[in-house]
Design a protein around this ligand. Structure first.
Ligand SMILES: N[C@@H](CCC(=O)N[C@@H](CS)C(=O)NCC(=O)O)C(=O)O
Length: 215
């Protein structure tokens, strides 16, 4: 059975879990926290040379990076990439947008609201949370609100890798105790509700909630 190497609280691990669920593929999770010493274990470095999660193994095949793993999985089960070249590029663009800019601005909220106080027993940095919520995220949400228009999904009129990746970051924000303000971004807020209530995201959230409650 394929194995994800990583922990469910990572948005990049979530991308792979959601994609596997959407594709109907069963998998195991080998928990790896991406900090020394686990991150530097030679066996893990063979799977993920950069020491990041998720790593992915399927028999003898070994690969890492959520976007690369989703690409590897693409020929299995329902497609998450559009056939049309322009829509495919659009879907991949939103995946990149989520993995870079959204990730950078969602991380300080989750880290300082949950990881710092609950895992590291230290006070979170409120200034970093405020900067992300008041400066970093609003222009990113403005863009998504505009790009959604009257559509239900971000590309090709159906659920794609764009929604896997953006949904993974919106869920990370939710785990940091925040949600999209429906008064300011009504389309994005409705989109978040639509994506995060899919069975794939809800199933991923069960393990995430369990892990958070155990910490
Ligand atoms: N581009 C990578 C990013 C993965 C990533 O940054 N994962 C974080 C956890 S959320 C990590 O492993 N961080 C440890 C590190 O950067 O040393 C992907 O899409 O898989």
């Amino acid at each position: 059975m394929p194995t994800i190497h990583g922990v469910p609280l990572s948005p990049f691990v979530r991308k792979v879990r959601v994609a596997l669920h959407e594709k109907g593929v069963n998998y195991d999770i080998e928990p790896v926290i991406p900090l020394p010493p686990a991150q530097d274990e030679p066996a893990f470095r063979k799977i993920s040379p950069l020491g990041k999660i998720p790593g992915y193994t399927d028999g003898d095949f070994v690969i890492s990076d959520s976007s690369v793993i989703l690409n590897y999985l693409e020929s299995t089960g329902p497609a998450l990439l559009p056939d049309d070249a322009q829509q495919r590029a659009r879907a991949l663009w939103f995946e990149e947008y989520a993995d870079s800019a959204l990730a950078e601005n969602v991380a300080p909220v989750f880290f300082n609201r949950f990881v710092a106080p609950k895992v590291m027993q230290q006070e979170g940095d409120q200034a970093a949370i405020d900067a992300a919520l008041n400066e970093g995220l609003p222009p990113l949400f403005d863009y998504l609100e505009e790009q959604l228009g009257d559509g239900e999904y971000l590309a090709a009129g159906r659920f794609t890798v764009a929604d896997v990746a953006v949904g993974a970051m919106l869920r990370q924000l939710q785990m940091g105790g925040e949600s999209v303000d429906a008064g300011r971004w009504p389309k994005l807020a409705a989109y978040a509700e639509r994506i995060l209530t899919r069975p794939s995201f809800k199933t991923a959230a069960e393990a995430e909630n369990q892990m958070m409650e155990s910490m």
